[in-house]
Design a protein around this ligand. Sequence first.
Ligand code: C2E
Ligand code: CA
Ligand code: CA
Length: 281
Amino acid sequence: AKRNGRQRSVFYEAGLGDAAPERPDPAADLAAALDRGELTVAYQPLVDLRAGRAIGAEALVRWQHPVDGNRPPDTFIPLAEETGLIMEIGEFVLRDACWQAARWVQSSSDPTDLLVTVNLSARQVTDARTVEAVRAALADTGLEPHRLVLEITETVLMQDRDAAAANLNRLKALGVRIAIDDFGTGYSSLAYLCRFPLDMLKIAREFVDGLGRDANADVVTRAIVDLAGALGLRTVAEGVETGEQQQQLAELGCDLAQGYLFSRPVDAEKIMALIAGSDAE
Ligand code: C2E
Ligand code: CA
Ligand code: CA
């Protein structure tokens, strides 16, 4: 790992450790937060619109800072990406997600459709070590590969296409699934729908937001669902906040939905109860 103790120990050996003036070093702060266990994983349920029950969840990293409280991922993921720390954070989230999902499977009377989704950042998508990290997380937790869905934004796919394609093919060979996150908002060329081995499209919140209020949003959402259907991809609507949106998405034939209407991201115990409770119905 890049953030190993070397730099820090040189620093301490020089006797500067405690005496050093307090300079803000966000990267070191984040590395220390990971070491101290301040990073946790929240889960937001994925609801099957036909069955009307939670069949899994998206894993979302959280930083519970001792002074500032909750620091949203948007404030530290870019830094983690820049410094390479995302490889360790990503592996932490991945392992937690696989571990939790394996528990859901064990406690469910009908685990057929259960799945968990995990976000991969740009660096994770192009770094070959990610394949080994995913393989190890699955092996160590016993989670069946087809239950793990890796979410990737289209912008990431287009950045370093060859490396991304090579890695995605290796990940697919493990048996995991690939989803496009925030579909329709990135720098996108629909060519990637043919080029990459995809399983799922996540319809970005901005389209879902406009449903029933903006005729264009209705048309675009319908077109995405139809396109995905024709390509054999499942659809997930993001950011569903109203019953009208839910109903419209169900009518359009969208498969899954997530959003505040159903639940905010919650901790591992609550998601376990939500999925198990859903199961009992
Ligand atoms: P995302 O992957 O698009 O995740 C969805 C975000 O929308 C989450 O924000 C979630 O809390 C929020 N959300 C869910 N339902 C609703 C809704 O109904 N209305 C509204 N307004 N928002 C909703 P969060 O957790 O703050 O995450 C923000 C972004 O940070 C994520 O966007 C993702 O890009 C990134 N991120 C989060 N966790 C990870 C991670 O473990 N690894 C990586 N690489 N990125 C992550
Ligand atoms: Ca996501
Ligand atoms: Ca998203």
